[in-house]
Design a protein around this ligand. Structure first.
Ligand SMILES: NC(=O)C1=CN([C@@H]2O[C@H](COP(=O)(O)OP(=O)(O)OC[C@H]3O[C@@H](n4cnc5c(N)ncnc54)[C@H](OP(=O)(O)O)[C@@H]3O)[C@@H](O)[C@H]2O)C=CC1
Ligand SMILES: Cc1cn([C@H]2C[C@H](O)[C@@H](COP(=O)(O)OP(=O)(O)O[C@H]3O[C@@H](C)C(=O)[C@@H](O)[C@H]3O)O2)c(=O)[nH]c1=O
Ligand SMILES: [Mg+2]
Length: 297
């Protein structure tokens, strides 16, 4: 067999990076090489080219980001450096090396005013700094390296790092009831499923010059939920496994004030990636059960 493809992934401890390490260990044809701070710092452009070149990528997965949505409101220059200017440099290096880029983006590029699921061509109108910085990141990546796939995902959870699912399980260890917003609808997505999709999309980009494989794609778990419904499912499963449990009080957004405004509806339609890359993620309840199981075992 020929040597495995080297997928160089930005970030060391991120949910998607760690999930790629898990999933690639189950396949022979892809090796994951993670690069991160201090050697590779998106906020320090001089570190970017050298660390990518040293890692000798066949493909770059641009997964690192400033993901603290509320903090971004008061740290605009940091968010734009990490989510927009840094990824632009990454994409320019990819162009120089002639390797494809898979770049991750977010449902928060939309304002949530649409009635149904958003398609890739729907108008963007981010509500906050995080969404605006990620949108500029998409635009700079796309214009720097045409050989790209931008994957917009949403509501990412996993056994790793900081995410809503782990926040809920931890909170339930000390509190019998939790109040969670029930008027924001989206698509909870397991980072382990995202990792499987990135492996498939990456192989497709390396295997074909077809333009239909390039561009923006929505990539989320199947099915929609409110944050309160997501929390209830987390605890339904956790309870059956003898893990933490809390009763959910369904509240509205105005009862849970936050620095950043979030879209009321950020459901994404994933037909485009199904058609062109053959990628369909499991229903969010299936993967939520899997992740709660991994954490409660
Ligand atoms: N989390 C979510 O709910 C969603 C995420 N996304 C997008 O998916 C991608 C992956 O997200 P996720 O895995 O959850 O991210 P995490 O929040 O779990 O991790 C963020 C990663 O970014 C890295 N990072 C942050 N700042 C820098 C920097 N200055 N230089 C280098 N690396 C840096 C961190 O590095 P370190 O390891 O050093 O801490 C970490 O590895 C991101 O692009 C995000 O915008 C999209 C929709 C939803
Ligand atoms: C912890 C908590 C949150 N909430 C609300 C706040 C918010 O509206 C919603 C989710 O809160 P979080 O802070 O976990 O989620 P948030 O940081 O908004 O998550 C977003 O992260 C970025 C990176 C993305 O790209 C998005 O797709 C999305 O996943 O739940 C409650 O109502 N009760 C609670 O106890
Ligand atoms: Mg492998």
């Amino acid at each position: 067999m020929s040597r495995p493809w080297r997928f160089v992934v930005t970030g060391l401890t991120g949910q998607v990076v760690q999930s790629l390490a898990v999933r690639s260990s189950q396949c022979e044809d892809v090796q994951i090489v993670a690069i991160g701070r201090p050697d590779f710092d998106l906020a320090n452009a001089e570190t970017i080219a050298r660390s990518i070149e040293t890692a000798r990528p066949d493909l770059i997965v641009s997964a690192a980001a400033y993901t603290a949505v509320d903090q971004a409101e008061s740290n605009e220059s940091d968010a734009f450096a990490v989510n927009a200017e840094g990824p632009a440099v990454v994409a320019r290096v990819a162009k120089t090396l002639d390797v494809p880029v898979v770049h991750l983006s977010t449902d928060y590029v939309f304002d949530g005013s649409k009635a149904g699921p958003y398609v890739e061509s729907d108008p963007v109108a981010p509500l906050g700094v995080y969404g605006r910085s990620k949108l500029l990141g998409e635009q700079l990546v796309a214009s720097s390296q045409e050989n790209h796939a931008i994957l917009r995902t949403a509501w990412v959870y996993s056994p790793f790092g900081k995410n809503f699912l782990r926040t809920m399980l931890r909170a339930a260890e000390t509190r019998p009831e939790l109040s969670v917003v029930d008027d924001q609808v989206g698509n909870p997505t397991s980072a382990l499923d995202i990792a499987d999709a990135i492996l498939t999309v990456g192989r497709n980009l390396l295997g074909s010059n077809d333009l239909a494989l390039r561009g923006i794609f929505h990539l989320t778990g199947r099915g929609a939920a409110t944050w309160a419904e997501f929390a209830e499912e987390i605890f339904r499963v956790s309870k059956t496994l003898g893990g933490p449990f809390a009763k959910i009080n369904r509240i509205s957004t105005h009862e849970y004030p936050t620095p950043a405004q979030r879209p009321a509806n950020s459901q994404l339609s994933c037909e485009h990636i199904a058609e062109h890359h053959g990628v369909v993620l499991p229903n969010w309840k299936i993967s939520t059960g899997d992740v709660v199981g991994r954490l409660t075992r």
